[in-house]
Design a protein around this ligand. Structure first.
Ligand SMILES: [Zn+2]
Length: 184
């Protein structure tokens, strides 16, 4: 059975059995936090559990690498919506050790795209190198993302931004930067 069909079958039972009831909450983050973190599969439940977060506690924004790459990208927009529309009062940037974005460069990605029949010439005029690059050290990336947030003109002056790195094995958090505020 295709994965999608398995999911749809499971989902019917989930709803019929009212398994959703234990997740009931509302759309506001009860702990008034917005978290930017990585899409790494090891963090799906570990991040919540290791930070004592339950369904409904925090707005979680995930991408590859927990990177806020540009002041006007979708991550920054999500942070601002979390603050202004949903009541978040703190921002956490949480990268992790052993991240797949460590050392990522555009060459192997483009090679794989070519192998799969993609005409990469369509990308001419695009800064593919920046678009498909990761970072050398997760600590530097977290600090850089914190900088993008704290220099954003739309960040309220009273919202602290914290930078951390989590272990994808133990969930241990290492604090890199705490209580960074808007600097412009
Ligand atoms: Zn990662």
């Amino acid at each position: 059975m295709a994965k999608l069909d398995e999911i749809l079958t499971f989902n019917e039972r989930f709803v019929e059995n009212k398994d959703y009831e234990r997740y009931a909450t509302d759309k506001l983050p009860h702990k008034k936090m917005a978290i930017v973190t990585c899409m790494d599969t090891r963090l799906v439940e570990l991040l919540h559990s290791s930070m004592d977060l339950k369904n409904g506690d925090a707005k979680i924004i995930r991408n590859a690498g927990a990177i806020v790459s540009h002041p006007y990208d979708s991550v920054m927009r999500s942070i601002l919506v979390a603050i202004y529309e949903l009541g978040a009062e703190e921002v956490y940037v949480i990268g992790h050790y052993d991240c797949g974005m460590t050392g990522l460069t555009h060459h192997p990605v483009l090679d794989k795209a070519k192998e799969r029949g993609v005409d990469i010439e369509q990308m001419s005029g695009v800064d593919v190198e920046t678009f498909l690059s990761g970072f050398d050290r997760v600590e530097d990336s977290v600090r850089s993302s914190v900088d993008v947030i704290t220099t954003h003109p739309l960040l309220p002056a009273d919202v602290p931004v914290h930078g951390l790195v989590i272990s994808p094995e133990t969930g241990k958090l290492d604090l890199l930067a705490r209580d960074q505020f808007r600097s412009k």
